[in-house]
Design a protein around this ligand. Structure first.
Ligand code: FEO
Length: 180
């Protein structure tokens, strides 16, 4: 019989986080598709790259739960959001989404400390560091959108941004963001 090394409470919390990462992949897929049909191929490439990252996060959690004697459960996914009205709105959603994800991860970290589950606490440090990067990136993108002034019809600026962001995706890949 496999030895259970996770409390039921922590296993449940990790499973819920695994589903949130899968939901995040759906979110990025949905907004990436919207960006692509608007003609923003660079932004779409960046967002599709994030789909793979979120799936990597999901797999990382599933493997950990199973290795610790639990069961990584695949649950139904949330409905993808309606399409954003503007690129600025899209990047606002990205930032809100990542901040909420950080909040959820931090709550599990806190739970691990209270339960003295140090292996899971240690495992989650990777996610804490990752969220720091993701929030910083989302903030930077939103700042760039404000500078460009999408609402002022700055088409040249948007074109340049679209080109730049594809490069950001390459940079993210090379820093080894995908843990799978
Ligand atoms: Fe898995 Fe974007 O956090």
């Amino acid at each position: 019989m496999r030895k259970r090394l996770l409390s039921q409470k922590i296993e449940k919390a990790l499973n819920a986080q695994m589903t949130r990462e899968a939901d995040a992949a759906q979110f990025y897929l949905s907004v990436g598709s919207w960006a692509e049909v608007q003609g923003f191929e660079g932004i779409a490439t960046f967002l599709y790259g994030h789909v793979q990252e979120e799936r990597g996060h999901m797999m990382k959690l599933l493997k950990f739960i199973n290795q610790r004697g639990g069961h990584g459960k695949v649950e139904p996914l949330a409905k993808a959001p309606a399409d954003p009205k503007t690129l600025k709105e899209l990047f606002e959603w990205v930032l809100t989404h990542e901040m909420e994800n950080s909040r959820q991860i931090n709550a599990i970290v806190d739970m691990c400390l209270r339960e003295k589950d140090y292996p899971t606490f240690n495992f989650l440090q990777w996610f804490v560091a990752e969220q720091l990067e993701e929030e910083a990136l989302a903030t930077k993108l939103l700042d760039k959108m404000s500078v460009i002034g999408e609402d002022k019809g700055n088409k040249g600026g948007l074109y340049e941004f679209d080109q730049d962001i594809a490069g950001m995706h390459d940079a993210e890949q090379s820093r080894g963001a995908d843990p799978s």
